[in-house]
Unconditional design. Structure first.
Length: 79
């Protein structure tokens, strides 16, 4: 199985999701895609330095997005 840059598609889908009721699913799918790519690295090679940095940046951005979703959900519960 060669996921290659499939994780990037999942990542962009999560970033561009506008329905905050389903965004958590998109974030999870992106994280799963990244984990699959990291598994490929461990099985064959370490990936390029550029892709490794891109993955690090993507994981950070998904964490920020997940925090924004949590804040939005909290504001909905408070109102």
């Amino acid at each position: 199985m060669n996921t290659g840059h499939d994780w990037q598609k999942l990542y962009y889908v999560a970033l561009l999701e506008t329905d905050w009721t389903t965004i958590e699913e998109r974030i999870q799918a992106a994280e799963n895609g990244i984990r699959a790519r990291l598994l490929e690295f461990s099985l064959n090679h370490g990936g390029t330095p550029e892709e490794n940095q891109t993955i690090t940046d993507a994981l950070h951005a998904l964490t920020v997005l997940r925090n924004e979703v949590a804040a939005w959900q909290e504001s909905k519960r408070a109102s």
